[in-house]
Design a protein around this ligand. Structure first.
Ligand code: NAG
Ligand code: NAG
Ligand code: NAG
Ligand code: NAG
Ligand code: NAG
Ligand code: NAG
Length: 532
Protein backbone atom coordinates (compact mmCIF):
# COMPACT_ATOMS: atom_id res chain seq x y z
CA UNK A 1 0.00 0.00 0.00
CA UNK A 2 2.79 2.36 0.99
CA UNK A 3 4.52 1.65 -2.25
CA UNK A 4 1.41 2.35 -4.26
CA UNK A 5 0.70 5.64 -2.55
CA UNK A 6 4.28 6.81 -3.09
CA UNK A 7 4.10 5.86 -6.68
CA UNK A 8 0.78 7.57 -6.93
CA UNK A 9 2.14 10.85 -5.56
CA UNK A 10 5.13 10.64 -7.83
CA UNK A 11 2.91 10.00 -10.79
CA UNK A 12 0.68 12.87 -9.79
CA UNK A 13 3.61 15.28 -9.67
CA UNK A 14 4.84 14.11 -13.03
CA UNK A 15 1.34 14.43 -14.34
CA UNK A 16 0.94 17.98 -13.04
CA UNK A 17 4.29 18.96 -14.46
CA UNK A 18 3.46 17.54 -17.82
CA UNK A 19 -0.15 18.59 -18.06
CA UNK A 20 0.80 21.99 -19.39
CA UNK A 21 2.61 20.19 -22.12
CA UNK A 22 -0.01 17.75 -23.22
CA UNK A 23 0.28 18.25 -26.95
CA UNK A 24 3.39 16.11 -26.88
CA UNK A 25 1.74 13.18 -25.16
CA UNK A 26 1.31 9.89 -26.94
CA UNK A 27 -1.54 10.14 -29.41
CA UNK A 28 -2.91 6.76 -28.43
CA UNK A 29 -3.56 7.96 -24.99
CA UNK A 30 -5.87 10.72 -24.03
CA UNK A 31 -6.47 11.86 -20.51
CA UNK A 32 -9.79 13.29 -19.60
CA UNK A 33 -10.63 15.45 -16.66
CA UNK A 34 -7.12 16.84 -16.28
CA UNK A 35 -8.39 20.42 -16.40
CA UNK A 36 -10.44 20.04 -13.24
CA UNK A 37 -7.94 17.77 -11.56
CA UNK A 38 -7.95 18.01 -7.79
CA UNK A 39 -4.94 16.26 -6.35
CA UNK A 40 -6.80 14.86 -3.38
CA UNK A 41 -9.61 13.32 -5.35
CA UNK A 42 -8.20 11.58 -8.31
CA UNK A 43 -9.00 8.19 -9.74
CA UNK A 44 -7.76 6.68 -12.92
CA UNK A 45 -9.74 4.44 -15.23
CA UNK A 46 -8.29 2.59 -18.18
CA UNK A 47 -9.86 1.80 -21.53
CA UNK A 48 -8.55 -0.32 -24.38
CA UNK A 49 -10.41 0.01 -27.67
CA UNK A 50 -9.63 -0.60 -31.31
CA UNK A 51 -9.60 2.82 -32.99
CA UNK A 52 -9.56 1.11 -36.39
CA UNK A 53 -13.04 -0.29 -35.93
CA UNK A 54 -16.30 1.58 -35.84
CA UNK A 55 -17.14 -0.17 -32.58
CA UNK A 56 -13.94 1.14 -30.98
CA UNK A 57 -14.56 4.69 -32.17
CA UNK A 58 -18.07 4.64 -30.76
CA UNK A 59 -16.83 3.18 -27.49
CA UNK A 60 -14.20 5.86 -27.09
CA UNK A 61 -16.63 8.73 -27.66
CA UNK A 62 -19.31 7.19 -25.45
CA UNK A 63 -16.93 6.52 -22.57
CA UNK A 64 -15.72 10.10 -22.60
CA UNK A 65 -19.28 11.35 -22.62
CA UNK A 66 -20.09 9.10 -19.69
CA UNK A 67 -17.06 10.27 -17.72
CA UNK A 68 -18.17 13.86 -18.26
CA UNK A 69 -21.78 13.07 -17.42
CA UNK A 70 -21.13 11.11 -14.28
CA UNK A 71 -17.89 12.57 -12.94
CA UNK A 72 -17.70 15.97 -14.55
CA UNK A 73 -19.97 17.99 -12.33
CA UNK A 74 -17.75 18.30 -9.31
CA UNK A 75 -19.97 17.40 -6.41
CA UNK A 76 -19.00 14.56 -4.17
CA UNK A 77 -17.51 12.30 -6.83
CA UNK A 78 -13.74 12.23 -7.25
CA UNK A 79 -12.15 13.49 -10.43
CA UNK A 80 -11.58 10.74 -12.87
CA UNK A 81 -8.88 10.40 -15.45
CA UNK A 82 -9.82 8.19 -18.36
CA UNK A 83 -6.80 6.76 -20.14
CA UNK A 84 -7.80 5.44 -23.54
CA UNK A 85 -5.39 3.09 -25.30
CA UNK A 86 -5.59 1.94 -28.89
CA UNK A 87 -5.39 -1.85 -29.25
CA UNK A 88 -5.34 -1.63 -33.06
CA UNK A 89 -6.92 -5.07 -32.88
CA UNK A 90 -3.44 -6.39 -32.20
CA UNK A 91 -2.93 -8.88 -29.35
CA UNK A 92 0.58 -7.64 -28.51
CA UNK A 93 -0.58 -4.05 -28.39
CA UNK A 94 -3.56 -5.08 -26.27
CA UNK A 95 -1.38 -6.88 -23.76
CA UNK A 96 1.13 -4.04 -23.44
CA UNK A 97 -1.66 -1.46 -23.12
CA UNK A 98 -3.16 -3.42 -20.26
CA UNK A 99 0.22 -3.60 -18.52
CA UNK A 100 0.76 0.14 -18.88
CA UNK A 101 -2.70 0.93 -17.60
CA UNK A 102 -2.32 -1.23 -14.53
CA UNK A 103 1.35 -0.71 -13.68
CA UNK A 104 1.92 2.87 -14.77
CA UNK A 105 -1.47 4.57 -14.53
CA UNK A 106 -2.79 2.48 -11.65
CA UNK A 107 -6.10 2.10 -13.43
CA UNK A 108 -8.67 0.91 -10.91
CA UNK A 109 -10.86 -0.53 -13.64
CA UNK A 110 -10.25 -1.45 -17.25
CA UNK A 111 -13.01 -1.12 -19.82
CA UNK A 112 -13.34 -2.02 -23.47
CA UNK A 113 -11.88 -5.00 -25.32
CA UNK A 114 -14.58 -5.52 -27.91
CA UNK A 115 -13.69 -9.09 -28.79
CA UNK A 116 -13.41 -12.23 -26.74
CA UNK A 117 -9.90 -12.68 -28.08
CA UNK A 118 -8.76 -9.33 -26.68
CA UNK A 119 -10.63 -9.94 -23.45
CA UNK A 120 -8.94 -13.29 -22.89
CA UNK A 121 -5.51 -11.69 -23.30
CA UNK A 122 -6.14 -9.16 -20.53
CA UNK A 123 -8.32 -11.25 -18.22
CA UNK A 124 -5.44 -13.16 -16.68
CA UNK A 125 -3.43 -10.02 -15.90
CA UNK A 126 -6.45 -8.13 -14.57
CA UNK A 127 -7.39 -11.05 -12.36
CA UNK A 128 -3.88 -11.38 -11.03
CA UNK A 129 -3.69 -7.63 -10.33
CA UNK A 130 -7.22 -7.60 -8.90
CA UNK A 131 -8.34 -4.90 -11.32
CA UNK A 132 -11.92 -5.36 -12.49
CA UNK A 133 -12.08 -5.77 -16.26
CA UNK A 134 -15.37 -4.72 -17.86
CA UNK A 135 -15.30 -6.43 -21.23
CA UNK A 136 -17.46 -5.13 -24.07
CA UNK A 137 -17.21 -8.37 -26.03
CA UNK A 138 -20.45 -10.19 -26.70
CA UNK A 139 -19.04 -13.66 -27.24
CA UNK A 140 -17.57 -14.24 -23.81
CA UNK A 141 -18.05 -17.93 -22.96
CA UNK A 142 -20.28 -18.47 -19.97
CA UNK A 143 -17.55 -20.05 -17.83
CA UNK A 144 -15.03 -17.26 -18.27
CA UNK A 145 -16.35 -14.95 -15.55
CA UNK A 146 -16.19 -17.74 -12.98
CA UNK A 147 -12.69 -18.67 -14.09
CA UNK A 148 -11.54 -15.06 -13.65
CA UNK A 149 -13.69 -13.44 -10.96
CA UNK A 150 -12.31 -10.00 -11.90
CA UNK A 151 -13.71 -10.35 -15.42
CA UNK A 152 -17.13 -8.70 -15.77
CA UNK A 153 -18.97 -9.04 -19.06
CA UNK A 154 -20.55 -5.63 -19.61
CA UNK A 155 -21.93 -6.47 -23.05
CA UNK A 156 -24.84 -8.80 -23.43
CA UNK A 157 -24.14 -12.21 -24.82
CA UNK A 158 -25.50 -12.50 -28.36
CA UNK A 159 -25.42 -16.26 -28.69
CA UNK A 160 -29.23 -16.42 -28.87
CA UNK A 161 -29.05 -14.80 -32.29
CA UNK A 162 -28.13 -18.21 -33.65
CA UNK A 163 -31.64 -19.30 -32.73
CA UNK A 164 -33.00 -16.28 -34.58
CA UNK A 165 -31.01 -17.35 -37.64
CA UNK A 166 -32.28 -20.91 -37.31
CA UNK A 167 -35.84 -19.58 -37.12
CA UNK A 168 -35.26 -17.65 -40.35
CA UNK A 169 -33.85 -20.76 -42.04
CA UNK A 170 -36.81 -22.80 -40.86
CA UNK A 171 -39.34 -20.21 -42.01
CA UNK A 172 -38.26 -20.55 -45.62
CA UNK A 173 -37.60 -24.26 -45.53
CA UNK A 174 -33.89 -24.28 -46.37
CA UNK A 175 -32.22 -27.50 -45.30
CA UNK A 176 -28.54 -26.65 -45.72
CA UNK A 177 -26.51 -23.56 -44.98
CA UNK A 178 -22.90 -22.50 -45.48
CA UNK A 179 -21.28 -20.60 -42.65
CA UNK A 180 -18.61 -18.03 -43.45
CA UNK A 181 -16.49 -16.98 -40.49
CA UNK A 182 -13.42 -14.87 -39.96
CA UNK A 183 -10.18 -16.69 -39.56
CA UNK A 184 -7.30 -14.83 -38.07
CA UNK A 185 -4.29 -16.70 -36.79
CA UNK A 186 -4.77 -15.31 -33.34
CA UNK A 187 -8.50 -15.76 -33.32
CA UNK A 188 -9.51 -19.40 -33.62
CA UNK A 189 -11.88 -18.96 -30.72
CA UNK A 190 -14.27 -16.86 -32.77
CA UNK A 191 -15.67 -19.91 -34.46
CA UNK A 192 -15.45 -22.05 -31.41
CA UNK A 193 -17.60 -19.36 -29.82
CA UNK A 194 -20.56 -19.42 -32.15
CA UNK A 195 -20.31 -22.68 -34.03
CA UNK A 196 -21.71 -25.00 -31.38
CA UNK A 197 -24.64 -22.63 -30.81
CA UNK A 198 -25.37 -22.40 -34.51
CA UNK A 199 -25.11 -26.13 -35.16
CA UNK A 200 -27.39 -26.89 -32.24
CA UNK A 201 -29.93 -24.25 -33.25
CA UNK A 202 -29.96 -25.53 -36.83
CA UNK A 203 -30.36 -29.12 -35.67
CA UNK A 204 -33.43 -28.12 -33.76
CA UNK A 205 -35.03 -26.92 -36.98
CA UNK A 206 -33.71 -29.93 -38.93
CA UNK A 207 -31.21 -28.03 -41.04
CA UNK A 208 -27.51 -28.70 -41.31
CA UNK A 209 -24.30 -26.79 -41.81
CA UNK A 210 -23.20 -27.80 -45.29
CA UNK A 211 -19.80 -26.15 -45.05
CA UNK A 212 -17.93 -24.03 -42.51
CA UNK A 213 -15.65 -21.76 -44.50
CA UNK A 214 -12.91 -19.60 -42.98
CA UNK A 215 -12.30 -16.29 -44.74
CA UNK A 216 -9.49 -13.93 -44.02
CA UNK A 217 -8.26 -10.57 -45.16
CA UNK A 218 -4.72 -11.92 -45.12
CA UNK A 219 -4.62 -15.47 -46.36
CA UNK A 220 -3.22 -17.43 -49.28
CA UNK A 221 -6.68 -18.16 -50.54
CA UNK A 222 -8.18 -14.99 -51.84
CA UNK A 223 -11.73 -14.05 -51.03
CA UNK A 224 -12.83 -14.53 -54.62
CA UNK A 225 -11.21 -17.99 -54.82
CA UNK A 226 -13.12 -19.04 -51.74
CA UNK A 227 -16.33 -17.62 -53.07
CA UNK A 228 -15.92 -19.33 -56.43
CA UNK A 229 -15.67 -22.68 -54.69
CA UNK A 230 -18.83 -21.93 -52.79
CA UNK A 231 -20.58 -20.83 -55.94
CA UNK A 232 -19.87 -24.20 -57.52
CA UNK A 233 -21.43 -26.01 -54.60
CA UNK A 234 -25.06 -26.97 -54.23
CA UNK A 235 -25.89 -24.92 -51.19
CA UNK A 236 -26.68 -21.26 -51.75
CA UNK A 237 -27.65 -20.10 -48.29
CA UNK A 238 -24.80 -18.22 -46.58
CA UNK A 239 -24.54 -17.08 -43.00
CA UNK A 240 -21.79 -14.47 -42.68
CA UNK A 241 -20.25 -14.03 -39.25
CA UNK A 242 -17.19 -11.81 -39.68
CA UNK A 243 -16.05 -8.30 -38.91
CA UNK A 244 -17.73 -5.58 -40.97
CA UNK A 245 -14.39 -4.85 -42.66
CA UNK A 246 -14.08 -8.39 -43.99
CA UNK A 247 -17.79 -8.61 -44.84
CA UNK A 248 -17.47 -5.48 -46.97
CA UNK A 249 -14.78 -7.21 -49.06
CA UNK A 250 -16.75 -10.46 -49.26
CA UNK A 251 -19.90 -8.77 -50.59
CA UNK A 252 -17.88 -6.72 -53.06
CA UNK A 253 -16.40 -9.92 -54.50
CA UNK A 254 -19.67 -11.83 -54.29
CA UNK A 255 -21.35 -9.14 -56.33
CA UNK A 256 -18.63 -9.37 -59.00
CA UNK A 257 -19.11 -13.15 -59.12
CA UNK A 258 -22.88 -12.81 -59.60
CA UNK A 259 -23.53 -14.32 -56.22
CA UNK A 260 -25.80 -11.49 -55.13
CA UNK A 261 -28.38 -12.78 -57.56
CA UNK A 262 -31.59 -14.74 -57.65
CA UNK A 263 -31.59 -17.97 -55.62
CA UNK A 264 -28.79 -16.88 -53.30
CA UNK A 265 -29.52 -16.13 -49.68
CA UNK A 266 -27.20 -14.06 -47.47
CA UNK A 267 -27.72 -13.63 -43.75
CA UNK A 268 -25.40 -11.47 -41.64
CA UNK A 269 -24.93 -11.78 -37.89
CA UNK A 270 -24.80 -8.88 -35.45
CA UNK A 271 -21.05 -8.34 -35.88
CA UNK A 272 -21.91 -6.92 -39.30
CA UNK A 273 -25.53 -5.86 -38.95
CA UNK A 274 -24.88 -3.76 -35.84
CA UNK A 275 -22.71 -1.39 -37.87
CA UNK A 276 -24.71 -1.57 -41.10
CA UNK A 277 -25.67 2.09 -40.76
CA UNK A 278 -22.02 3.08 -40.92
CA UNK A 279 -21.26 1.49 -44.31
CA UNK A 280 -21.05 3.62 -47.41
CA UNK A 281 -23.19 3.62 -50.55
CA UNK A 282 -20.73 1.50 -52.53
CA UNK A 283 -20.87 -1.23 -49.93
CA UNK A 284 -24.64 -1.05 -49.71
CA UNK A 285 -24.93 -1.45 -53.45
CA UNK A 286 -23.19 -4.83 -53.25
CA UNK A 287 -25.31 -5.98 -50.32
CA UNK A 288 -28.76 -5.66 -51.86
CA UNK A 289 -31.11 -8.34 -50.58
CA UNK A 290 -29.03 -9.27 -47.54
CA UNK A 291 -30.98 -10.25 -44.45
CA UNK A 292 -29.45 -9.25 -41.13
CA UNK A 293 -29.88 -10.12 -37.49
CA UNK A 294 -29.18 -7.07 -35.37
CA UNK A 295 -28.79 -6.51 -31.64
CA UNK A 296 -31.88 -4.93 -30.21
CA UNK A 297 -32.09 -1.81 -28.08
CA UNK A 298 -35.00 0.50 -27.65
CA UNK A 299 -34.54 3.59 -29.81
CA UNK A 300 -37.84 5.24 -28.95
CA UNK A 301 -37.31 6.19 -25.31
CA UNK A 302 -36.28 9.72 -24.42
CA UNK A 303 -33.03 8.72 -22.71
CA UNK A 304 -31.80 7.21 -25.91
CA UNK A 305 -32.93 10.17 -28.00
CA UNK A 306 -31.16 12.59 -25.69
CA UNK A 307 -28.02 10.47 -25.78
CA UNK A 308 -28.16 10.16 -29.57
CA UNK A 309 -28.32 13.89 -30.13
CA UNK A 310 -25.31 14.58 -27.96
CA UNK A 311 -23.38 11.58 -29.26
CA UNK A 312 -23.79 12.62 -32.88
CA UNK A 313 -22.29 16.02 -32.17
CA UNK A 314 -19.32 14.55 -30.28
CA UNK A 315 -18.74 11.76 -32.75
CA UNK A 316 -18.80 14.04 -35.81
CA UNK A 317 -16.32 16.29 -34.07
CA UNK A 318 -13.85 13.49 -33.38
CA UNK A 319 -14.41 11.37 -36.49
CA UNK A 320 -15.58 13.74 -39.22
CA UNK A 321 -14.80 11.19 -41.95
CA UNK A 322 -17.12 8.48 -40.63
CA UNK A 323 -20.20 7.83 -42.75
CA UNK A 324 -22.93 8.16 -40.15
CA UNK A 325 -22.54 9.51 -36.63
CA UNK A 326 -25.58 7.64 -35.28
CA UNK A 327 -24.71 5.60 -32.20
CA UNK A 328 -25.04 1.83 -32.38
CA UNK A 329 -25.11 -0.81 -29.68
CA UNK A 330 -21.36 -0.41 -29.04
CA UNK A 331 -21.74 3.20 -27.92
CA UNK A 332 -24.62 2.34 -25.63
CA UNK A 333 -22.81 -0.58 -24.01
CA UNK A 334 -19.72 1.54 -23.34
CA UNK A 335 -21.79 4.33 -21.82
CA UNK A 336 -23.65 1.89 -19.56
CA UNK A 337 -20.37 0.29 -18.46
CA UNK A 338 -18.87 3.62 -17.33
CA UNK A 339 -22.09 4.41 -15.54
CA UNK A 340 -21.85 1.13 -13.63
CA UNK A 341 -18.34 2.14 -12.56
CA UNK A 342 -19.48 5.60 -11.48
CA UNK A 343 -22.23 4.12 -9.35
CA UNK A 344 -19.73 1.75 -7.76
CA UNK A 345 -17.63 4.79 -6.81
CA UNK A 346 -20.50 6.85 -5.55
CA UNK A 347 -21.48 4.05 -3.22
CA UNK A 348 -17.98 4.33 -1.79
CA UNK A 349 -17.97 8.10 -1.66
CA UNK A 350 -19.03 8.65 1.91
CA UNK A 351 -15.74 7.17 2.98
CA UNK A 352 -12.60 9.22 3.25
CA UNK A 353 -11.04 9.93 -0.14
CA UNK A 354 -7.97 7.87 0.61
CA UNK A 355 -10.01 4.83 1.18
CA UNK A 356 -11.75 5.51 -2.09
CA UNK A 357 -8.47 5.83 -3.92
CA UNK A 358 -6.77 3.01 -2.20
CA UNK A 359 -9.78 0.83 -1.70
CA UNK A 360 -9.09 -2.64 -2.87
CA UNK A 361 -9.96 -4.03 -6.24
CA UNK A 362 -12.29 -6.30 -4.40
CA UNK A 363 -14.40 -3.31 -3.30
CA UNK A 364 -14.52 -2.01 -6.81
CA UNK A 365 -15.55 -5.39 -8.10
CA UNK A 366 -18.24 -5.74 -5.48
CA UNK A 367 -19.58 -2.26 -6.26
CA UNK A 368 -19.74 -2.94 -9.99
CA UNK A 369 -21.31 -6.36 -9.59
CA UNK A 370 -23.99 -4.78 -7.39
CA UNK A 371 -25.11 -2.50 -10.23
CA UNK A 372 -28.81 -2.27 -10.60
CA UNK A 373 -30.08 0.44 -12.91
CA UNK A 374 -31.86 0.91 -16.20
CA UNK A 375 -29.19 1.52 -18.82
CA UNK A 376 -29.45 2.48 -22.46
CA UNK A 377 -29.25 -1.19 -23.40
CA UNK A 378 -31.77 -2.35 -20.79
CA UNK A 379 -31.47 -3.37 -17.15
CA UNK A 380 -27.89 -3.45 -15.88
CA UNK A 381 -27.46 -6.07 -13.24
CA UNK A 382 -24.91 -8.81 -13.23
CA UNK A 383 -25.44 -12.47 -12.52
CA UNK A 384 -22.22 -14.45 -12.11
CA UNK A 385 -20.36 -11.56 -13.70
CA UNK A 386 -22.55 -11.33 -16.77
CA UNK A 387 -25.50 -9.27 -17.94
CA UNK A 388 -28.69 -11.02 -18.91
CA UNK A 389 -28.19 -12.22 -22.48
CA UNK A 390 -30.04 -10.62 -25.38
CA UNK A 391 -33.12 -12.48 -26.40
CA UNK A 392 -34.68 -9.98 -28.83
CA UNK A 393 -33.25 -9.18 -32.26
CA UNK A 394 -34.17 -6.90 -35.11
CA UNK A 395 -34.51 -8.52 -38.51
CA UNK A 396 -33.41 -6.17 -41.27
CA UNK A 397 -33.27 -6.33 -45.05
CA UNK A 398 -30.81 -4.30 -47.13
CA UNK A 399 -32.71 -2.48 -49.87
CA UNK A 400 -31.82 0.68 -51.72
CA UNK A 401 -28.90 3.05 -51.47
CA UNK A 402 -27.56 3.48 -47.96
CA UNK A 403 -30.66 2.06 -46.38
CA UNK A 404 -32.04 -1.05 -44.92
CA UNK A 405 -35.51 -1.68 -43.63
CA UNK A 406 -36.57 -3.12 -40.32
CA UNK A 407 -38.70 -6.10 -41.23
CA UNK A 408 -39.55 -6.77 -37.60
CA UNK A 409 -38.28 -8.58 -34.54
CA UNK A 410 -37.54 -12.06 -33.33
CA UNK A 411 -37.96 -12.87 -29.65
CA UNK A 412 -36.64 -16.05 -28.10
CA UNK A 413 -39.47 -18.36 -27.15
CA UNK A 414 -42.10 -16.26 -28.95
CA UNK A 415 -41.05 -15.87 -32.56
CA UNK A 416 -41.40 -13.10 -35.11
CA UNK A 417 -43.40 -9.91 -34.60
CA UNK A 418 -43.76 -6.66 -36.47
CA UNK A 419 -43.26 -4.58 -33.36
CA UNK A 420 -42.26 -4.89 -29.73
CA UNK A 421 -45.11 -3.87 -27.51
CA UNK A 422 -47.60 -5.31 -25.12
CA UNK A 423 -50.08 -6.05 -27.89
CA UNK A 424 -47.53 -7.59 -30.28
CA UNK A 425 -48.66 -10.65 -32.18
CA UNK A 426 -46.03 -13.37 -32.58
CA UNK A 427 -45.69 -16.01 -35.24
CA UNK A 428 -43.08 -18.73 -35.59
CA UNK A 429 -42.65 -18.06 -39.30
CA UNK A 430 -40.76 -15.09 -40.67
CA UNK A 431 -43.22 -15.04 -43.57
CA UNK A 432 -45.45 -13.26 -41.10
CA UNK A 433 -43.23 -10.17 -41.42
CA UNK A 434 -44.23 -9.72 -45.04
CA UNK A 435 -42.32 -9.34 -48.25
CA UNK A 436 -38.54 -9.70 -48.23
CA UNK A 437 -36.50 -8.22 -51.05
CA UNK A 438 -34.13 -11.07 -51.87
CA UNK A 439 -30.87 -10.73 -53.80
CA UNK A 440 -31.59 -10.16 -57.49
CA UNK A 441 -34.94 -8.74 -56.42
CA UNK A 442 -37.25 -11.59 -57.23
CA UNK A 443 -40.42 -11.58 -55.21
CA UNK A 444 -40.34 -15.32 -54.89
CA UNK A 445 -38.50 -17.11 -52.14
CA UNK A 446 -35.03 -18.40 -53.11
CA UNK A 447 -34.75 -22.17 -53.11
CA UNK A 448 -31.35 -21.91 -51.48
CA UNK A 449 -29.98 -24.64 -53.73
CA UNK A 450 -28.28 -24.63 -57.07
CA UNK A 451 -30.67 -25.65 -59.85
CA UNK A 452 -29.92 -29.20 -61.00
CA UNK A 453 -28.40 -29.32 -64.47
CA UNK A 454 -31.15 -31.36 -66.13
CA UNK A 455 -33.72 -29.80 -63.97
CA UNK A 456 -37.29 -29.88 -65.10
CA UNK A 457 -40.07 -27.89 -63.59
CA UNK A 458 -40.93 -30.62 -61.11
CA UNK A 459 -37.41 -30.52 -59.58
CA UNK A 460 -38.38 -28.60 -56.52
CA UNK A 461 -41.39 -30.78 -55.82
CA UNK A 462 -39.49 -34.07 -56.21
CA UNK A 463 -40.66 -36.37 -53.51
CA UNK A 464 -39.85 -39.87 -52.45
CA UNK A 465 -42.59 -42.42 -53.06
CA UNK A 466 -43.00 -44.70 -50.09
CA UNK A 467 -44.99 -47.81 -50.93
CA UNK A 468 -47.42 -49.01 -48.29
CA UNK A 469 -49.23 -52.37 -48.55
CA UNK A 470 -53.00 -52.21 -48.53
CA UNK A 471 -53.42 -55.75 -47.18
CA UNK A 472 -55.64 -55.87 -44.10
CA UNK A 473 -53.59 -58.54 -42.27
CA UNK A 474 -51.52 -56.50 -39.80
CA UNK A 475 -53.35 -53.20 -39.45
CA UNK A 476 -51.62 -52.49 -36.12
CA UNK A 477 -48.39 -52.12 -38.15
CA UNK A 478 -49.67 -50.57 -41.35
CA UNK A 479 -53.23 -49.52 -41.94
CA UNK A 480 -54.07 -47.87 -45.24
CA UNK A 481 -57.46 -46.24 -45.65
CA UNK A 482 -59.02 -43.57 -47.76
CA UNK A 483 -59.99 -40.29 -46.13
CA UNK A 484 -63.35 -38.93 -47.08
CA UNK A 485 -61.64 -36.39 -49.36
CA UNK A 486 -59.95 -39.19 -51.29
CA UNK A 487 -56.47 -38.65 -49.79
CA UNK A 488 -54.63 -41.60 -48.34
CA UNK A 489 -54.74 -42.17 -44.59
CA UNK A 490 -51.81 -44.30 -43.45
CA UNK A 491 -51.41 -45.21 -39.79
CA UNK A 492 -49.89 -47.95 -37.64
CA UNK A 493 -46.81 -48.74 -35.58
CA UNK A 494 -44.43 -49.11 -38.55
CA UNK A 495 -45.63 -45.78 -39.90
CA UNK A 496 -45.12 -44.08 -36.52
CA UNK A 497 -41.57 -45.41 -36.38
CA UNK A 498 -40.94 -44.26 -39.93
CA UNK A 499 -42.24 -40.76 -39.23
CA UNK A 500 -40.23 -40.49 -36.02
CA UNK A 501 -37.07 -41.50 -37.89
CA UNK A 502 -37.75 -38.92 -40.62
CA UNK A 503 -38.19 -36.29 -37.96
CA UNK A 504 -34.77 -37.06 -36.50
CA UNK A 505 -33.09 -37.21 -39.86
CA UNK A 506 -31.67 -33.88 -40.89
CA UNK A 507 -31.67 -34.49 -44.56
CA UNK A 508 -34.77 -36.48 -45.43
CA UNK A 509 -36.39 -35.32 -48.67
CA UNK A 510 -40.12 -34.66 -48.97
CA UNK A 511 -42.07 -37.91 -49.41
CA UNK A 512 -45.53 -39.28 -50.04
CA UNK A 513 -47.21 -42.61 -49.46
CA UNK A 514 -48.53 -44.63 -52.39
CA UNK A 515 -50.66 -47.74 -52.02
CA UNK A 516 -49.32 -51.05 -53.22
CA UNK A 517 -51.45 -54.15 -53.23
CA UNK A 518 -50.12 -57.68 -53.38
CA UNK A 519 -47.17 -59.44 -51.80
CA UNK A 520 -43.94 -57.98 -50.51
CA UNK A 521 -42.12 -59.47 -53.47
CA UNK A 522 -44.32 -57.77 -55.96
CA UNK A 523 -43.91 -54.57 -54.00
CA UNK A 524 -40.13 -54.79 -54.32
CA UNK A 525 -40.45 -55.68 -57.97
CA UNK A 526 -42.40 -52.57 -58.61
CA UNK A 527 -39.54 -50.62 -57.06
CA UNK A 528 -41.80 -48.47 -55.08
CA UNK A 529 -39.00 -46.67 -53.27
CA UNK A 530 -37.97 -44.34 -56.01
CA UNK A 531 -37.61 -40.70 -56.67
CA UNK A 532 -40.39 -39.46 -58.83
C1 NAG B 1 -8.36 -14.95 -10.15
O1 NAG B 1 -8.26 -14.31 -8.93
C2 NAG B 1 -8.96 -14.95 -7.87
C3 NAG B 1 -8.90 -14.06 -6.64
O2 NAG B 1 -7.67 -13.45 -6.51
C4 NAG B 1 -8.34 -16.32 -7.62
O3 NAG B 1 -9.04 -16.99 -6.59
C5 NAG B 1 -8.45 -17.13 -8.91
O4 NAG B 1 -7.81 -18.38 -8.77
C6 NAG B 1 -7.82 -16.37 -10.07
N1 NAG B 1 -8.13 -17.10 -11.29
C7 NAG B 1 -7.18 -17.52 -12.14
C8 NAG B 1 -7.64 -18.29 -13.32
O5 NAG B 1 -6.01 -17.29 -11.97
C1 NAG C 1 -16.63 2.50 -49.05
O1 NAG C 1 -16.09 1.70 -48.01
C2 NAG C 1 -15.15 0.72 -48.45
C3 NAG C 1 -14.77 -0.12 -47.27
O2 NAG C 1 -14.62 0.61 -46.12
C4 NAG C 1 -13.94 1.43 -49.09
O3 NAG C 1 -13.05 0.47 -49.54
C5 NAG C 1 -14.42 2.29 -50.23
O4 NAG C 1 -13.35 3.01 -50.76
C6 NAG C 1 -15.50 3.25 -49.77
N1 NAG C 1 -16.06 3.91 -50.94
C7 NAG C 1 -16.28 5.22 -50.98
C8 NAG C 1 -16.85 5.74 -52.25
O5 NAG C 1 -16.03 5.95 -50.04
C1 NAG D 1 -48.08 -3.88 -32.87
O1 NAG D 1 -48.50 -4.84 -33.83
C2 NAG D 1 -49.82 -5.32 -33.62
C3 NAG D 1 -50.07 -6.38 -34.67
O2 NAG D 1 -49.05 -7.33 -34.64
C4 NAG D 1 -50.80 -4.16 -33.72
O3 NAG D 1 -52.10 -4.64 -33.43
C5 NAG D 1 -50.42 -3.09 -32.72
O4 NAG D 1 -51.25 -1.96 -32.89
C6 NAG D 1 -48.98 -2.66 -32.92
N1 NAG D 1 -48.61 -1.76 -31.82
C7 NAG D 1 -47.88 -0.67 -32.02
C8 NAG D 1 -47.56 0.12 -30.81
O5 NAG D 1 -47.51 -0.33 -33.13
C1 NAG E 1 -48.32 -17.14 -39.05
O1 NAG E 1 -48.01 -16.51 -40.27
C2 NAG E 1 -48.37 -17.27 -41.40
C3 NAG E 1 -47.81 -16.58 -42.62
O2 NAG E 1 -48.12 -15.22 -42.65
C4 NAG E 1 -49.89 -17.41 -41.42
O3 NAG E 1 -50.30 -18.19 -42.55
C5 NAG E 1 -50.32 -18.11 -40.15
O4 NAG E 1 -51.73 -18.15 -40.07
C6 NAG E 1 -49.80 -17.37 -38.92
N1 NAG E 1 -50.07 -18.18 -37.73
C7 NAG E 1 -50.60 -17.67 -36.62
C8 NAG E 1 -50.77 -18.62 -35.49
O5 NAG E 1 -50.89 -16.49 -36.54
C1 NAG F 1 -58.98 -45.67 -52.05
O1 NAG F 1 -59.74 -45.24 -53.17
C2 NAG F 1 -59.23 -45.65 -54.42
C3 NAG F 1 -60.10 -45.07 -55.52
O2 NAG F 1 -60.53 -43.82 -55.22
C4 NAG F 1 -59.27 -47.19 -54.50
O3 NAG F 1 -58.70 -47.63 -55.71
C5 NAG F 1 -58.47 -47.73 -53.34
O4 NAG F 1 -58.58 -49.15 -53.33
C6 NAG F 1 -58.95 -47.20 -52.02
N1 NAG F 1 -58.05 -47.66 -50.98
C7 NAG F 1 -58.43 -48.16 -49.83
C8 NAG F 1 -57.34 -48.58 -48.90
O5 NAG F 1 -59.62 -48.25 -49.55
C1 NAG G 1 -56.78 -41.03 -40.36
O1 NAG G 1 -57.86 -41.78 -39.80
C2 NAG G 1 -57.93 -41.72 -38.40
C3 NAG G 1 -59.00 -42.68 -37.96
O2 NAG G 1 -60.16 -42.55 -38.74
C4 NAG G 1 -58.23 -40.28 -37.99
O3 NAG G 1 -58.25 -40.15 -36.58
C5 NAG G 1 -57.14 -39.37 -38.53
O4 NAG G 1 -57.40 -38.01 -38.28
C6 NAG G 1 -56.95 -39.57 -40.03
N1 NAG G 1 -55.78 -38.81 -40.45
C7 NAG G 1 -55.82 -37.93 -41.42
C8 NAG G 1 -54.46 -37.24 -41.72
O5 NAG G 1 -56.80 -37.63 -42.03
Amino acid sequence: MLHISHFFLLFLIIFLLSSSNRATSNEEEEDDGSEKNQPDQFISLGAIVDFNSRAGKEEKVAMKMAVNDFFGHGGHLPTVLLHVKNSRGDPLQTASSAKTLIKKHHARVILGLGTWQETAIVAELANKSKVPLLSLANEVPSGACSHWPYLVNAARSQFAQMKAIAAIIQSWGWRKVNVIYEDTITNPSLTAGITPYLIKALQEVRSVVNDLVPFSLFSDHSISENLMKLKDGQCRVFIVHTSATLATEIFKEAKKLDMMEKDFVWITTNSITDVLHTLNATTFSSMQGVLGVKSYFSDSNKHFKHFRTRFQVEFSKQFPKETNPKPGIHALQAYDAVRAVSLAISRNSNRKFYSAILSTGQNWLKGILNSNFEGLTGPINFKRGMLAPSHVYRIVNVVGVETYIDLGYWTEGLGFSVNISRDSVYNESMKFLGQVLWPGRPWSVPGGLKEAKRSDSSQSQASLKIGVPTGKTHVEFVNVRNNSDGSLNVTGFAIEVFKAAVKLSLDFPPYKFVEVSGTYDSLVEKLCLQVE
